[in-house]
Ligand binder design. Sequence first.
Ligand SMILES: O=C1O[C@H](COP(=O)(O)O)[C@@H](O)[C@H](O)[C@H]1O
Length: 247
Amino acid sequence: MTTKVVPGMLIAVPDGIAVAREAASRLAKLILDALDAQGQASVALSGGGTPGPAYALLREDARIDWSKVDVFFVDERAVPPDSPRSNFRMVQEALLDHVSIPPDRIHRMRGEAADRGAAAREYASQIRARVRHAETGIPEFDVAVYGVGDDGHTASLFPGEPSVDVTDRLVIDVPSAAKREARLSITVPLIEHTRAALIVAVGKGKQEALERIWSTSGDVHHTPGRVLRGVRGSITWVIDKAAGGLG
Ligand SMILES: O=C1O[C@H](COP(=O)(O)O)[C@@H](O)[C@H](O)[C@H]1O
């Protein structure tokens, strides 16, 4: 029998619309808390389909002074920024185009770069330069939104791939595989150094992956989302009932 322990706080709401509302309101509070405490905030955002509606609601929150927020990305596909598959484009259309954020506060991953290794190194340098470092010497995002793929991936750390073992770099080039394009992704040390992680999941397709992540035993190579268990700061899961297997 597998034992399940959800690390952090679990909020299960009826459906995707409620997830968007709950995630937007919690994200706003986490950003406002960081702004209150430090006068600025670093925020790393995931792409995919799930968090877009929450980002679109977040833009309506007039309390956030975006001129003091640095926005980073958790991962990016090897596509130009105007591609419909670009995580940057999704975040831009849902949020960044609608708030007053200076361009130099938006830190896009250059997924389209011919030399993705160089793009990964440049991105790591940007993070090192702009994000406060923890006592370990590793930068620590104030807030990060993570997603979970149906296959158990998070960021662009995919099952059966060695990217989950990388500890000597903050950002890596993830080579293409059978069913997907190459990516750039932050790595486990950076994920673990998150002060407040908000994890969103919607739909029955996520149920099995969440079960594997929440199980007290399991392998990060099979289920890379298990690395989220190692987040040093707070963890909040905002999911719908279908993802949680609750109806
Ligand atoms: O490919 C990706 O997938 C994950 C999960 O996305 P979802 O739409 O299934 O929730 C996402 O977190 C990541 O940023 C994205 O590149």
